[in-house]
Design a protein around this ligand. Structure first.
Ligand code: GLU
Length: 320
């Protein structure tokens, strides 16, 4: 079996010329990114780092932020109170759909789609907008293990064009799912989506979740361990847009992807893994990212139902 470093280098070489997918363009700033960026990072729960490609290239986290803000809302409100406002059911609808919200559920189905994420952000505690933003940034800083920044250009770009998100927020206000401080909630949501991260940061954040909420390098407890299971459950069922079922079948680990081309995934008790490559398929998932994860899962047997039967070979590969 190849060492993980050798294997990710070979995957990088194999897929770097794969010319498929489109950049997200509905947020104008995202359409300006170089489609050739390609990075793979693996951070183990004991703090070893393996990576290849543009691993230090900053990009905006987009939907991947939803995972961590959901964790914070769980800490702020607890499981039952949060469930009253945001469900945990996959939808099979596009991430920015308003149809079920309007005609059926009235409560956002899960925190990984935009409606649920906006409602979740609206629940973050704090006395005023600055305090809420500062709490979010402090939380991201703990996960990343260093200072974090919001990309103001992307924030403004999305704030100027995010009309569907605004419409969703109005619908949710109508149904009593969020308060009337709509523009402020949307600003906070657009700011969390515009957080700058690197591929290595994402793998580190995922490794903290793989490690029961304890940061693999700083040792800090970044989220209460009792909520890690809840976070991973919604990632597993709802994290990969309308590919979530097929991802669970083919790759089989909790993951979240975002429209900027990142995918973050958690191999419980083993490692956090991230891929960054901006061109997306029709579901909104990174084309190269899907290829890499499928190959990794196959090679090292980290599908949860391999893992639970003791078939995972990831740890063995670290020493070979
Ligand atoms: N900020 C983006 C939006 O709200 C995030 C979407 C995504 O990454 O899925 O549309």
């Amino acid at each position: 079996m190849p060492s993980i470093q050798t294997f990710i280098e070979s995957l990088h070489q194999q897929y770097r010329d794969l010319d498929a997918g489109q950049l997200a363009s509905y947020i104008p700033e995202l359409a300006k990114v170089d489609p050739h960026y390609f990075a793979i990072s693996v951070v183990t729960t004991d703090g070893q780092v393996f990576q290849v490609g543009d691993v230090g290239q900053p990009f905006t986290i987009q939907s991947i932020s939803k995972v961590f803000v959901y964790g914070m809302a769980l800490e702020d409100w607890g499981r039952d109170r949060l469930l009253e406002k945001v469900g945990v059911e996959p939808t099979g609808d596009p991430f920015n759909s308003l149809i079920r919200l309007d005609e059926d559920s009235h409560r956002p189905d899960n925190p990984m789609i935009n409606a649920g994420a906006i409602a979740t952000t609206g629940l973050i505690k704090g006395d005023n907008p600055t305090e809420r933003l500062n709490r979010l940034l402090a939380m991201f800083r703990r996960y990343v293990g260093k200072e974090v920044y919001v990309d103001i250009s992307t924030f403004l770009s999305e704030r100027a064009t995010g009309h569907r998100n605004r419409a969703m927020a109005h619908l949710m206000l109508n149904f009593g799912m969020i308060g009337d401080n709509l523009e402020e909630v949307l600003d906070l949501y657009f700011q969390q989506c515009a957080l700058f991260v690197t591929c290595q940061d994402l793998a580190t954040m995922a490794a903290a979740l793989a490690n029961q909420g304890r940061h693999p390098l700083t040792g800090e407890q970044v989220v209460k361990p009792e909520y890690v299971r809840d976070i991973l459950s919604v990632m597993y069922t709802c994290g990969m847009y309308n590919f979530a079922g097929e991802w669970a079948y083919r790759v089989g680990i909790p993951a979240k992807s975002g429209v900027s081309g990142g995918i973050l995934a958690v191999v419980p008790n083993q490692a956090g893994i991230a891929v960054f490559s901006p061109p997306l398929d029709q579901n909104g998932n990174s084309v190269r990212g899907l290829k890499v994860f499928e190959a990794l899962s196959q090679e090292y047997g980290f599908h949860l139902f391999d893992l639970s039967m003791g078939h995972c070979r990831l740890k063995d590969s670290l020493s070979s």
